[in-house]
Write a protein that binds this ligand. Structure first.
Ligand code: ZN
Length: 457
């Protein structure tokens, strides 16, 4: 049954969801402009519009009502993992993997402080720096950017589509960046910033629907919720790196980038026994310097699909928690994305999150049920699978480099996509408002506060 849902105010012009390319308000302009393009009414720049329209082919009968998916929603009861795995369990989604480590033995004191940019002064990082220096990969001499994105970095922004290939200012990508899935109507499903208290709800829904995802996890969250990471891995989801403290990587020194990637690789291996081969830069903030360091550390970047500045495949679900976006707005974004995905010549990758309950509620209640009912059908799978590679290739120790080598060159010719990406950097909003220190475990809320300084990630 086709149902149409509208926000409480007068609905905007009905959206023909599956026509030609639909523009959507990019995350970089949230709150500053109305949706534009043929599919939505035009409006002058100003406050965010208060009504949005969208059409859903299906919703979850047990979905949280849209009116309750708001920034000040009371915390829902969290749910325990359906299954936990004993130390020594054997993973079945990959072959040749070591037994599952004992998560109870994880000692947080052996890792850097949570949610703080990692110091490069530890013996571990010094070794990783040596490894990068001995990798044979040349790191371009590109100066770090300063916090504040494109407006704060005019020189770098002017070079963003040239030797720097800085995604944040103009969406420059390299052939080695994963930005789409090759096969039409195939969706490389991803969730970022977890694990969190709400991840088990998402895992339960994915399990019910027999869906697998890629999870880009933050090292500081892995320390807090190692059993959830194990559940993701053992259920056959792809685990990938999303740094230790979620900084904008282009603002860091080479050594800090190595520390952020290295510690997140290490904690993931300590918890699941293998090391991811893919990563997503927080805020999509990547340039050729970050690419080269990541390559030297065995990590292939995964972005999200952008057709243009106004057609980024970012639902903006992250901003539900802060109130910078609304459930109706996110579903309108999804409607535009779904329409574009239907006509896009290749498959696609979305940006979504599992850090906050609102993001999980909108995914399990609306976006995923609608996607599953979509005609023509989407093929929904982890990024590694959408690339037509075996799950073993998602992990450095299990990847058969002889037949499935990692991405080759981080210094090829730049491929520029038009417009600005959906990035906090491009808004000039601060992204370095990191607290001096955050106490101990369970600092999800503190981490959230850190991230509230940014529009999206
Ligand atoms: Zn993120």
């Amino acid at each position: 049954m086709k149902v149409a849902l509208f926000s409480s105010l007068t609905a905007a012009a009905a959206v023909a969801a599956h026509g030609p390319l639909h523009a959507r308000q990019s995350a970089s302009s949230v709150g500053s402009a109305a949706p534009v393009g043929s599919a939505a009414p035009s409006a002058p720049a100003g406050p965010a519009p208060s009504s949005f329209s969208f059409t859903l082919a299906a919703t979850n009968p047990t979905a949280i009502p849209l009116a309750s998916i708001v920034s000040n929603a009371p915390s829902q009861a969290t749910h325990a993992l359906g299954t936990t795995f004993a130390p020594g369990s054997t993973p079945t989604a990959v072959t040749g993997a070591p037994p599952l480590p004992n998560a109870a033995l994880l000692a947080p004191s052996s890792y850097p402080p949570l949610d703080v940019i990692v110091s490069p002064d530890s013996p571990e990082v010094k070794q990783w720096i040596l490894d990068v220096n001995n990798s044979g990969i040349s790191i371009p001499d590109i100066a770090p950017t300063v916090a504040g994105g494109c407006p704060a970095n005019p020189v770098a922004a002017a070079d963003a589509d040239k030797s720097r290939c800085w995604w944040t200012c103009g969406g420059c990508v390299q052939p080695t960046d994963v930005t789409t899935c090759p096969d039409k109507l195939t969706w490389g499903l991803t969730y970022d910033d977890g694990p969190s208290l709400y991840t088990p709800d998402l895992l339960q829904f994915l399990d019910q629907k027999q869906l697998k995802s890629t999870f880009f996890v933050v090292g500081s969250r892995v320390i807090s919720f190692p059993a959830i990471l194990q559940a993701e891995y053992m259920a056959g989801h792809q685990i990938a790196v999303h740094t230790w403290s979620h900084p904008s990587l282009t603002t860091l020194t080479n050594e800090q980038i190595i520390a952020e990637l290295g510690w997140s690789k290490k904690v993931i291996k300590d918890v699941i026994g293998v090391t991811p081969s893919h990563f997503r830069p927080p805020f999509g903030d990547i340039d050729n310097r970050v690419r080269a360091i990541a390559k030297a550390m065995g990590l292939t970047p995964v972005m999200w699909t952008r057709i243009s500045a106004l057609a980024t495949f970012d639902t903006d679900d992250f901003d539900l928690h802060s109130g910078l976006s609304t459930a109706s707005k996110v579903l309108q974004n999804w409607d535009f994305i779904e329409g574009n995905a239907t006509t896009f010549p290749s498959g696609f990758i979305l940006l979504e999150h599992d850090l906050f309950q609102q993001s999980v509620d909108i995914a399990t209640g609306y976006i995923l049920p609608d996607a599953l009912a979509h005609q023509p059908a989407f093929k929904i799978e982890p990024v590694i699978a959408c690339l037509n590679k075996p799950m073993n290739d998602a992990y450095i120790e299990l990847n058969d480099n002889s037949t499935n080598p990692p991405a080759q060159s981080a210094s090829g010719s730049a491929a520029l996509t038009s417009g600005a990406p959906g990035s906090a950097q491009s808004t000039g909003k601060p992204n370095s408002a990191l607290p001096a220190a955050l106490p101990g475990l369970g600092s999800v809320l503190a981490f959230a506060m850190v991230l509230l300084g940014a529009a999206t990630l």
